[in-house]
Write a protein that binds this ligand. Structure first.
Ligand SMILES: [Zn+2]
Length: 232
């Protein structure tokens, strides 16, 4: 049997640095932003056959289940490129953190992106649920992700914003808190970061034009919390 050569395709490079991985993701996002028509990912049968034996995704993307934020399309990527975790409100809890740990430890994925989005329904529901004088009908299962967004709602409420501005500010804090949580809760991720083998980046995407505001983290566990969203 012929050994599989993983260096022959840029998108399965096992030794990509976190910075190179982020550059690759941004390049794909630029292609998406500047395209008039979004093509489906393309892949040859030969590439699929290689992938069947081993995957080397260069980034983990945690994003919302919302139908408007499909990661492979947003970053103009294909099979084998991204290890994707999708859950309403792009929250991180045990299973999501464990999935990220798996990708970093077993697949040597060097980049974790937590991508929130504008007009997020899960965040909107959390803002209503934890707002004053509102009564939102949820279920114990929905409460699982709503509870996770609660700290971001409380933090955003401190700004004094209301209505849509409060929802958008909560989306932003929800990403920032997820980044912090991930580092604080996972020793596997802490170790990867301290060795320079992984990086976490947050972002929030705007739906109409696909613009992403990125929130970078320095790994003294502080996030640039003054990275305000552009005006909308
Ligand atoms: Zn959403």
């Amino acid at each position: 049997m012929t050994p599989i050569d993983f260096d022959d395709e840029s998108h399965h490079n096992p030794i990509m640095s976190p910075s190179d991985a982020f550059r690759r993701l941004q390049a794909g996002h630029n292609r998406f932003k500047h395209s008039q028509i979004i093509a489906s990912p393309t892949i040859t049968k030969e590439e699929l056959r290689k992938l069947a034996h081993r995957q080397r995704p260069f980034a983990v993307v945690v994003t919302c289940s919302d139908s408007r934020v499909p990661p492979e399309l947003l970053f103009d990527l294909s099979f084998g490129d991204l290890f994707v975790i999708r859950v309403a409100g792009n929250i991180l809890d045990g299973a999501e953190i464990g999935s990220i740990e798996y990708a970093l430890r077993e697949l040597d994925t060097p980049l974790v992106v937590i991508l929130g989005h504008e007009r997020c329904g899960a965040v909107m529901t959390a803002v209503k649920k934890y707002g004053e004088g509102t009564n939102v009908d949820t279920s114990p299962y929905m409460d699982d992700f709503l509870n996770n967004i609660h700290p971001a709602v409380l933090r955003a409420q401190m700004t004094g914003y209301e209505d849509q501005a409060l929802i958008e500010e909560t989306c932003r804090w929800n990403v920032i808190y997820a980044m912090k949580d991930l580092v604080q809760r996972s020793s596997i991720i802490q170790e990867k970061i301290s060795k320079g083998k992984a990086k976490i980046i947050g972002g929030k995407i705007f739906l109409e034009d696909g613009h992403i505001n990125w929130y970078e983290q320095d790994f003294n566990k502080t996030v640039s919390e003054d990275s305000k969203d552009r005006g909308h």
